[in-house]
Ligand binder design. Sequence first.
Ligand code: SAM
Length: 278
Amino acid sequence: MAAIDGLPSLAQVIRTHDLVAKKQLGQNFLLDLNLTSKIARCAGDLTQCDVLEVGPGPGGLTRGLLAEGARRVLAVEKDARCMPALAEIAMIYPGRLEVVNADALGLDISAHLTPPVRVVANLPYNVGTELLIRWLSPEHWPPFWQSLTLMFQKEVAQRIVAKPGDKAYGRLALLAQWRAEPKIVMSLPPEAFSPAPKVHSAVVHLTRLEQPRFEANAAALSRITAMGFNQRRKMLRSSLKAMGPDIEAKLTQVGIAPTARAEEISLEQFCALSRLYD
Ligand code: SAM
């Protein structure tokens, strides 16, 4: 029995339900409930929140979220084999856990959540990055979520929090920092997971900003940063040539040297440039 909720240990749950990890679903499970409770605490005060958990698997993080007092957890899991294990958790937390067996990439679940909403997930890294980009790029801001607490490969986490001049600085940093405040809140070695992946991992906590950090033309910002970072070693006057014949004048107008490279330019400067394309 596990100390946090009286349910069997995760190793036992995996044995009972024969949840052999599937590589194609990116299944690297967390088995230590002290660790999953710690991740749940990184998400902030959950007692007044609905939590959207994506990819609960055998339920380690789900149990952490519920033990830490989440008002309600809505968990979306693609693998039908996990449903019986998750149903056992739902039984001991009546009315607080709802499980949906679906692919999170093909589902808009936000309408089924009552604000304030926090999102927490330990997902395969490719799915996690795709969802992060979606959650950061809704048509209207503020979005349905108040915070995102997500596990990533360490290198991806570094790309999210990178600053100008860092090797990891690029479009993901700009997207994440334009309308949110991202922080790396925990680092995990491969041995924290079963089976152990080849890479180190990190948990990133993003708090949404009510207003974008700087005013910008979202479409132009996306186009400029795509062009600038697709050819990151080129000077902006040549990587941004397709923005029009007056690109050098526009760069100068917002205080960017036309000979500078994208990796040296701050979010504030990119936003200022984007505003010239209204
Ligand atoms: N949260 C559990 C934990 O921490 O031990 C499991 C983490 S495991 C890295 C990722 C989980 O995401 C797996 O249970 C996998 O089946 C699920 N998953 C993968 N792709 C998914 C998708 N597109 N939609 C929903 N769940 C997905």
